[in-house]
Design a protein around this ligand. Structure first.
Ligand code: AMP
Ligand code: MG
Length: 354
């Protein structure tokens, strides 16, 4: 019999112990618990229970070729899941865990094939969010947790996003408020000769270089939908709203002119237009006086942290009441910019270069 979902508020600073115990018991029984992490909300399941893991794929509509990240409470909990913990992993863990860094390591036979999509590696992370930490400690299990969204949609940064996407497909949602970082963890593959960033994310590559100077950026090759991916974040279309997103790249005044002209034309065709904007561009957009458009302001153009924390909420908000979404390219060097560029590109249906 199908139970219905419960969504319960939980304090980030002082997670309620009885509620954490309830969520932990749900995970031990093979249930699905959505919980906040410092990056995005995760959809958690007992990682060593293939039936629970299968429910994660079914709930998200996620292809079985797309492996999951296993979350644990402490570095020591990684050891049973991997064949070896190389010195580079120990150094990265000491510096960045708990935190938004995922390490890909040769897996042990304990990890179900379903979790790794049959790969000989497993992705592991120790999250920093107090609710995630309390839950992992109480459950005393490795918890497989991809982002708690429907496959290919923007990741959830609020509990309501999880409810909108998954509803009764999840047993319990712990609502710890908006997540902090807003983009996913950085994924580093340590299973080869040199460390490789498979997915840019919350921790900047230049920060990783302090600890692993030889870390390289992954050069994306075309990923076939029927193959297990080195990293699920490598899918060409991912994180996408339903309304097609067009990105305008090039010098800002010209790109913005083109965006506003296209917005006006789409409006004239009767389409509802959503515009994702930097705060800097708001006066110019308001002067354009577009009647049928809705604006979502991400933050100051130079502020990667604010833009990252609002990006997915912005895509979802505009998706709810626009037929098309238009955005300037957001760009900069270092910090969260590579992750933002990557997510916006994957969310987009087309890029117009002015
Ligand atoms: P998400 O839906 O964002 O939680 O995606 C899960 C993440 O798992 C992706 O970003 C991948 O980078 C990562 N991942 C999981 N398992 C592996 C693996 N064995 N090798 C490489 N990446 C993995
Ligand atoms: Mg995801």
């Amino acid at each position: 019999m199908r139970r219905s979902m419960e969504m319960l508020e939980i304090s980030e600073a002082h997670p309620d112990a009885p509620l954490i115990q309830r969520a932990a018991a749900c995970l031990r029984r093979g249930g699905l618990v959505a919980f906040p992490t410092e990056t995005v909300y995760g959809l958690g399941a007992h990682a060593l229970d293939p039936r629970a893991v299968a429910r994660v794929f079914a709930a998200k509509g996620r292809p079985l070729t797309d492996p999951l990240i296993v979350h644990v409470a402490r570095v020591e909990d990684v050891r049973p899941l991997v064949r070896a913990l190389p010195a580079s992993a120990e150094r990265l863990a000491a510096r960045f865990w708990p935190g938004p860094l995922t390490l890909v390591l040769p897996r042990s036979s304990r990890v179900p094939d379903l979790v790794t999509a049959g790969l000989e590696t497993v992705a592991v992370r120790v999250p920093a969010h107090p609710v995630a930490r309390a839950l992992l400690q109480a459950a005393d299990l490795p918890v497989a947790a991809p982002s708690a969204n429907l496959f290919s949609r923007p990741s959830p940064t609020r509990a309501a996003h999880v409810r909108d996407d998954l509803g009764d497909r999840v047993d319990l949602i712990l609502d710890g408020g908006p997540t902090d970082v807003g983009v996913e963890s950085t994924v580093v593959d340590l299973s080869g000769a040199a460390p490789v960033v498979l997915r840019p994310g919350a921790i900047a590559i230049e920060t990783l270089r302090d600890v692993v100077p030889d870390v390289r950026e992954h050069v994306p090759a075309a990923v076939r939908a029927d193959q297990a991916h080195a990293s699920p974040g490598l899918l060409a279309t991912h994180y996408a709203p339903r309304a097609p997103l067009t990105i305008y790249a090039g010098p800002i005044p010209a790109a913005l002119d083109r965006l506003l002209a296209d917005a006006r034309e789409a409006g004239a065709r009767g389409q509802r237009v959503g515009i994702l904007a930097a705060a800097d561009d708001v006066p110019r957009i308001q002067r354009a006086d577009l009647s049928s458009s809705r604006l979502f302001v991400l933050g100051p153009r130079s502020d990667d942290a604010t833009i990252a924390s609002r990006l997915y909420a912005g895509l979802r908000a505009l998706d709810a009441d626009a037929d098309v979404i238009l955005s300037l390219a957001f760009d900069g060097s270092g910090g969260l910019w590579p992750a933002l560029r990557d997510r916006l590109r994957r969310a987009s249906a087309r890029v117009v270069t002015v």
